[in-house]
Design a binder for this molecule. Structure first.
Ligand SMILES: C[S@@+](CC[C@H](N)C(=O)[O-])C[C@H]1O[C@@H](n2cnc3c(N)ncnc32)[C@H](O)[C@@H]1O
Length: 461
């Protein structure tokens, strides 16, 4: 018999960044999912680490006024979401507070705050990686359980789009019929505006029977199934009729753009909120007609393409060769090839470092200098949209470009955003406006956009 988790009664005094309620028990901190400050909860201890305890809970008394009934019956056991028990306005306030605390810790005081932006609360998530687990006769497909490696038992997911959510049970049924379900550890789901794709990771070669099963799933569920034996370079359509995987697309209607991508490419998971991000970034940049704007960490061109569409000379830089190739294709298909250029470069590395240009003849020398000079004109503005680790070691060099007037920074991590804000301030930039965008409602993820404007001239150091 597996050991039953210890249950304790605990008073909650704080709310963590991850959305867990915090309290003390036997002089140790306990972090409880589904618990809010002021509440007394019954907590099941699920994990012990470094003197701390992690639990899920049920409120017993003193219910918080911020509490709402969860829209998801699998919360808090399923670890896919963190804050379904918190009223939407309180979730937003919590996210904004985290950002404010980080900025405060770095001594950054924005000139103004934009009202937090929230759109769809549920059914927004267009991408997901889910675990697969065989338990006796059953196959589970889902996110990990809270504080555990186990796959949660779910039949649907309220955060996924309805189209992706309804694939969960057919996936379980299909995997259960394969020759060896234990050799399928993971499924990835991706959705575009007019179709869905499923990536099936498999550790052993597929039998003819397995292939037939997945072809049947594809036809029945009207999705594209891609089999993946190792890295993403092994992705292969299960259908014998297709040599290549099909492109998915999303629209950015305000700019008349159709953006193509493959299911494994980085795309913003919340399509509606992505349009809001693009609108906001473009709004901050204003009219850039005929001016050079560099989109750092550009992916498949999510911001570069709208810039080029509105008359800017847009340069996108990104580490992934595949993403750059897709960005170029997207520029071509949308008729903005002439106004855009894309380069593959590791922006954290030496190649991403901008060197002082002493002599015009050295412009095409190496690395990022060539990208910046593509249109033979220095940039007026930068967009930064880095991974969680932030803009990286070359930020000061980019910020020091004499012609630069503005940096619009899109961030998925308030900690690195605030650290980078401090570095930009030291280079003469002021955080003119900042705001949070609820890209992942129901989770602890905080998306931020900050508009930095130059307050004093600064050249290369
Ligand atoms: C948050 S995504 C933003 C993508 C794009 N701006 C968008 O909105 O879809 C971050 C991007 O940075 C890229 N990236 C990660 N590390 C990088 C590096 N060292 N140098 C350049 N790009 C990098 C990733 O491939 C990814 O496309």
């Amino acid at each position: 018999m597996p050991k039953q988790p210890t249950e304790i009664e605990i008073e909650i005094s704080t709310l963590s960044e991850q959305g867990s309620g915090g309290g003390m028990h036997n002089e140790r901190p306990v972090w409880v999912r589904n618990a809010l400050p002021g509440e007394t909860v019954r907590a099941r201890i699920l994990k012990r680490r470094g003197g701390q305890r992690f639990a899920d809970g049920q409120p017993l008394e003193n219910f918080s006024t911020d509490r709402v009934p969860s829209a998801c019956s699998y919360f808090p056991r399923c670890g896919g979401c963190a804050t379904h028990h918190i009223a939407p306005a309180a979730q937003l306030a919590h996210k904004q507070r985290q950002l404010a605390d980080q900025l405060d810790a770095q001594g950054i005081a924005p000139n103004s705050w934009r009202e937090p932006v929230a759109l769809l609360r549920l059914g927004y998530r267009r991408k997901a990686r889910m675990g697969v687990r065989v338990v006796g006769e059953s196959v589970l497909v889902g996110f990990r359980e809270s504080f555990s490696n186990r796959v949660a038992r779910i039949d649907a997911c309220a955060t996924l789009t309805p189209e992706l959510s309804k694939l969960i049970n057919p996936l379980k049924a299909c995997i259960a019929k394969t020759s060896d379900a234990k050799t399928i550890p993971q499924i990835e789901l991706a959705q575009g505006d007019s179709g869905c794709a499923v990536i099936v990771r498999h550790l052993q070669p597929l039998t003819d029977g397995d292939i037939a099963l997945w072809q049947g799933f594809e036809a029945e569920c009207r999705v594209e199934v891609l089999m993946q034996s190792k890295g993403y370079d092994t992705l292969t359509p299960v259908s014998k009729n297709r040599q290549q995987m099909s492109l998915l697309h999303y629209q950015i209607p305000e700019y008349g753009l159709t953006v193509g991508f493959y299911p494994h490419h980085f795309t913003q998971v919340n399509a509606l909120m992505n349009r809001e991000l693009v609108r906001t970034v473009m709004g901050y940049l204003g009219n850039q007609r005929g001016r050079v704007v560099v989109d750092m960490f550009c992916g498949i061109g999510n911001f570069t393409l709208p810039l080029a569409r509105t008359g800017a000379l847009a340069v996108g830089i990104e580490a992934s060769d595949e993403a750059v190739e897709m960005a170029r294709r997207n520029a071509r298909v949308n008729g903005v090839e002439h106004a855009s250029a894309f380069y593959a470069e590791d922006l954290y590395g030496e190649g991403g470092a901008l060197h002082p240009i002493a002599d015009k003849n050295t412009l095409n020398a190496t690395g990022i200098n060539a990208c910046f000079e593509h249109f033979s004109q220095s940039p007026d503005a930068l967009i930064l949209d880095p991974p969680r680790s932030g803009a990286g070691p070359n930020l000061e060099g980019w910020a020091g470009i004499p012609s630069l007037k503005q940096i619009v920074y899109v961030s998925c991590n308030p900690v690195t955003f605030a650290e980078d804000a401090k570095r930009l301030e030291a280079k003469g930039y002021v955080l003119d406006q900042v705001g949070v965008y609820d890209m992942f409602p129901g989770t602890s993820h905080v998306e931020t956009i900050g508009n930095f404007v130059r307050s004093s001239g600064a050249g290369f150091d």
